[in-house]
Design a binder for this molecule. Structure first.
Ligand code: ADP
Length: 157
């Protein structure tokens, strides 16, 4: 069974993330989408809320599991029996950071490979931080986030 981990902040999950995840779920037998807990970064939403929103957004995809983890992604992947990490690429600007990260991970554990996926062009520009900015300034985010996130954020206002 080919298991992949898709790690990230998902603060909150967007349609860009979801598109990457769906592609991953077509390629691998199981994909675990996992929110990284970062004690130094406060974040927009608490990790538990992010996990809940992901769970609701992915409920129709059979081979996806939602989780959170603390510490090194590579250690988490090992614990889960995953041989692949999924990361998304939007633009050249993502590339340098993502390449470094994947090389650091493979230096720590050669057996786990990073696979890069891209989204449909219409989701390419979407990032959690852009969405937060639009939301905070009263703009319409309905096109950029799954319904669960939209409803949650509208209620929160
Ligand atoms: P991190 O804080 O680990 O970068 P994010 O939640 O911002 O976590 O993103 C998780 C992964 O999804 C990253 O690899 C990021 O490049 C990718 N990603 C986010 N938005 C998009 C998008 N619109 N298209 C493609 N990849 C994306």
């Amino acid at each position: 069974m080919k298991i992949a981990v898709y790690p990230g902040s998902f603060d909150p999950i967007t349609k860009g993330h979801l598109d990457i995840l769906k592609t991953g779920a077509e390629i691998f037998d199981k994909v675990i989408i996992a929110v990284a807990r970062n004690s130094e970064k406060k974040g927009f939403l608490p990790v538990e809320e992010r996990v809940k929103l992901i769970r609701e957004s992915v409920k129709d995809i059979e081979n996806v599991e939602t989780d959170s983890f603390e510490g090194l992604t590579i250690e988490y992947a090992k614990k889960k029996g995953a041989k692949v990490l999924i990361r998304g690429l939007r633009a050249v600007s993502d590339f340098e950071y993502e390449l470094q990260l994947s090389q650091a991970n493979s230096a720590m554990c050669e057996d786990i490979k990073t696979v890069f996926l891209t989204t449909k062009p219409k989701y390419n520009f979407i990032s959690s931080s852009t969405i937060k900015e639009i939301y905070i300034n009263g703009g319409d985010i309905s096109k950029f986030v799954p319904d669960a996130v939209y409803n949650y954020l509208m209620e929160k206002k």
